[in-house]
Design a protein around this ligand. Structure first.
Ligand code: SF4
Length: 320
């Protein structure tokens, strides 16, 4: 019997391709508060230094968009039940931004709100998250701090920087639309430790110690986007963040870095960063001088050897 031809998925492929084409590079000028609860200092440092670009397929990008669409729905629902919810900063007309460490650390807050039935007079940081059913069950059973420490760290930083002492964490299960809520109390000491950690990572001129020497470690290496650069000989991207001659400018407020080489200590041009940097284009005209004569990182092991290691910082203890 003749085999049937494989089903065509050109329409779906085109949708995924559209998302990939519309995707920006995924790099942020600042170290994101959403990451500061990660286990590994080195992963944070790699993120801040734009060492590798995350692989974002069309399906994954669409999944991110699903999270954003869910936020809009929850904002509408909160308004319907009488909560005053501000998802836009009236002063700027844009999403709320909180920052610290001269703008090199911070994040975008989903919303701030007041009028929740549990505490009608208290302003809250509001954080929306979506979960699959397994993650949602863990969240329900153990709470945000134990089940999603990274999310807990994020709202701690937001509360501290906003001067609020409560957060409302609202989660949606993507499988059955069930909702979960948790009011989180500010832990000032923890928030300060997270900011101290961010400062250490931002100021570090060397990759901090690995969380494990085993590239398959379940502590995080097995799934880490920096595994190739960190444990093997994958090439880091070539840009101003991976160049040892750039450093954060204090109080830049927008993540600007100083170039001590080509730009005589002035700000590194933002166009100099990332867009044209890939291992396949190691010597574009603007980067050639840095790459060849001023010591841009040319390999993970070389970088590690040349720059040495930094000490990891203390984090608030996890409860599990
Ligand atoms: S591979 Fe492991 S040690 Fe390296 S950055 Fe990722 S989590 Fe950290």
């Amino acid at each position: 019997m003749a085999l049937l031809p494989a089903p065509q998925t050109r329409t779906v492929d085109a949708i995924y391709a559209w998302h990939e084409a519309a995707d920006r590079d995924g790099f942020r000028p600042h170290l994101g508060a959403s990451l500061v609860g990660l286990r590994c200092d080195r992963a944070l440092w790699y993120s801040f230094r734009w060492v590798a670009r995350a692989v974002r397929t069309g399906r994954i990008l669409r999944l991110f968009e699903t999270g954003n669409l869910e936020e809009k729905r929850l904002v509408t629902e909160l308004r319907r039940i009488g909560v005053t919810i501000l998802d836009i900063d009236p002063a700027t007309g844009r999403q709320w931004r909180l920052q610290a460490l001269g703008g090199h650390f911070g994040g975008s807050v989903d919303a701030v709100g007041v009028g929740f039935p549990e505490a009608p007079k208290t302003w809250h940081i509001v954080e929306f998250k979506t979960h699959n059913s397994k993650s949602f069950a863990d969240l329900r059973a153990n709470g945000v701090e134990a089940a999603k420490y990274q999310h807990w760290a994020q709202v701690q930083v937001y509360m501290y920087l906003a001067g609020l002492d409560r957060a409302m964490y609202l989660a949606v299960c993507k499988n059955d639309d069930a909702l979960y809520q948790e009011r989180i109390r500010l832990d000032t000491e923890a928030a300060k430790l997270f900011i101290t950690r961010a400062e250490r990572v931002i100021d570090a001129t060397a990759p901090p110690d690995r969380i494990s020497e085993d590239p398959d470690s379940r502590l995080g290496c097995r799934w880490c986007g920096y595994r190739g650069v960190c444990h093997f000989d994958a090439q880091p991207l070539l840009n101003c963040r991976t160049c040892r001659h750039s450093s954060p400018i204090a109080n830049a407020h927008d993540g600007t870095r100083r170039c001590r080489s080509m730009n005589n200590g002035k700000a590194a041009p933002r166009t100099f960063i990332s867009r044209h940097s890939s291992p396949a284009r190691r010597s574009p005209p603007t980067l050639g001088a840095l790459g060849s004569t001023t010591g841009c990182l040319t390999g993970a092991s070389g970088a590690t050897r040349a720059l040495g290691h930094d000490r990891p910082v203390q984090l608030p203890a996890r409860r599990r």
